[in-house]
Write a protein that binds this ligand. Sequence first.
Ligand code: V47
Length: 354
Amino acid sequence: MQTIIQKVKKRERVTYEEALKLYELDLFTLGKLAQDIREEMWGKKSFFNINRHINPTNICKDICKFCAFSASRKNPNPYTMSHEEIVDIVAASSANGAKEIHIVSAHNPEAGLEWYMNVFSKIKKAHPDVHVKALTAAEINFLAQEYNHSYDEIIDMMVESGVDSMPGGGAEIFDEEVRDVICKGKVTSDQWMQIHKLWHERGRKSNATMLFGHIEERHHRVDHMIRLRELQDITGGFNTFIPLVYQRDNNFLNVKNFLSSQEILKTMAISRIVLDNIPHLKAYWVTSTINLALVSQEFGADDLDGTIEKEMINSAAGAKSGVGMPLGEFVNYIKNSGFEAVERDSLYNELKVW
Ligand code: V47
């Protein structure tokens, strides 16, 4: 273990086996290793943005067992928003200071490719300054298959329609056996990687998530991180890694063992150590709770996502994020936890220290 600790201290890259071994460290020693890296990179800065999440439809062709958002037996309330509704929401959020609109939908075979694409053009036309972060690799894969296009063609349409960056959703856990159990039939790990690679090749940025705390084991998480690190070595296009803590309500994954806060913090710390080539680590308060997200700032995380305003995917599964977080409260939380609240744009340009 001492050899691994020395490697981390010398900022040498850890292997898969070494990263897995790091889980055996006590929480505070591991946290300190990650925290030194975070402080070297970002000091006491904790980044956030003023953003709005919009989830325009919950009608989905795929059946992910962990999902409580898509219309199903457990959530029999199908909806699809009109473009006017969506543009109105953007107008209101932008007037409230939102600089980023995060749009993630279900895979709705009734909506049409134009419905997916045109809304971005409409948003951009009405609000050219708003950053549109939209379409996960899972949605891109769905659109390509459903409407018989290549990934390149869909990505070109996104760029043309004004999408600025891609969110990190749909990554779940890359291990194929786990994936087969939790989201069989959805975008594969290789396809997810390929889509982000194509997006990065256009000089665009994206994020990468990891859904953990369900049926996966530690080694699956480390494998997930290592696969991302390998792609990032090639493209350099990922801005942020976002570990998402599995929410247990209203879905079909019958998970008996829930993660402890210690295990969540260890996973944050190990991801900061392993992902030496991804600049930011996000503690997504929606799935970790705000208090654990604040503690994560001392275990490697430098980003807390944003105010969100409304969120429907994770809140459907039990997260307390339905109405987002008021800006003043968010800033207070960060400052009271001993960090500097730095408002950023979607590409991490610093806008204001609060
Ligand atoms: O891919 C679904 C996850 C993701 C559950 O890029 C669940 O900045 C926990 O990708 N428990 C969508 N998670 C959200 C997402 C995201 C969120 C915030 C920021 C960014 C970013 C991206 O939500 C899905 C899936 O992995 N999810 N169900 C659940 N029960």
